[in-house]
Design a protein around this ligand. Structure first.
Ligand code: ZN
Ligand code: ZN
Ligand code: ZN
Length: 221
């Protein structure tokens, strides 16, 4: 009797030699015996001798396999150690380069590792400047949008601003007249960004924001 699962490949210890092998059992009553051990079952002197002989051979080869696995593992670890060592050397080169820059100042061309760092820094600074330009632009357009909400030409009352004044007499309407086209372009683009789940510059009380909500918190607010 054994309690290994049936009809699938399982790893189990042979009840005779004790070595782990793959089995596929079809019955609970099957003996857990590996192929090599099946032939030396029995109580005759010949079978017992055969069993000892087979087991010594088998265990010997098992030990060799284990040793080979071990060597493989040692080799793998050595590779990892070598890689770490190389990374460490690279870091040390960078540190040495940096120390040189600190000592010499920037009169001479910086070493390549430091130059790479500076390039990255420039890219980051440019990106930060771009974002801050976007922020400023959006702030301006939001202010313009707020004025436009209160002062635009009344479609049902031609020639009048919705604030009630004659269009030609509304200071606010005339002040933003030049910018309304740019405002519309900006607003449409930001509405698209909102709809695509991208950060947008629309004001929080914009009808689209109220209607659809935001997936994204705007990055440059
Ligand atoms: Zn066996
Ligand atoms: Zn055996
Ligand atoms: Zn007005």
């Amino acid at each position: 009797m054994h309690d290994h699962p049936l009809h699938r490949v399982v790893t189990a210890e042979c009840s005779c030699c004790g070595v782990e092998r793959e089995f596929e059992f079809t019955s609970r009553h099957e003996h857990v015996l590996c192929k090599g051990c099946r032939r030396h079952q029995g109580d005759t002197v010949a079978k017992v001798k055969q069993r000892d002989f087979d087991h010594v051979k088998l265990w010997h080869s098992e030990i060799q396999i284990l040793n080979e696995d071990h060597e493989g593992e040692v080799e793998r670890l050595q590779t990892v150690i070598d890689q770490r060592g190389q990374e460490l050397t690279e870091r040390q080169t960078e540190i040495a380069d940096l120390q040189r820059v600190i000592q010499d100042g920037f009169e001479r061309t910086p070493p390549p590792t430091v130059e790479n760092w500076l390039i990255n820094k420039e890219v980051k600074e440019a990106a930060a400047q771009r974002d801050s330009a976007y922020r400023a632009r959006d702030r301006a357009f939001r202010a313009l949008w707020a004025v436009d909400q209160l002062h635009h030409e009344d479609e049902e009352h031609r020639g009048y601003c919705i604030c009630g004044k004659r269009a030609s007499h509304c200071k606010e309407l005339n002040a933003i007249a030049d910018a309304t086209e740019a405002l519309l372009t900006w607003e449409n683009r930001e509405r698209n960004r909102l709809r695509n789940g991208q950060p947008d510059g629309l004001p929080d009380n914009h009808p689209d924001v109220l209607k659809y909500g935001r997936n994204h918190y705007p990055t440059w607010h």
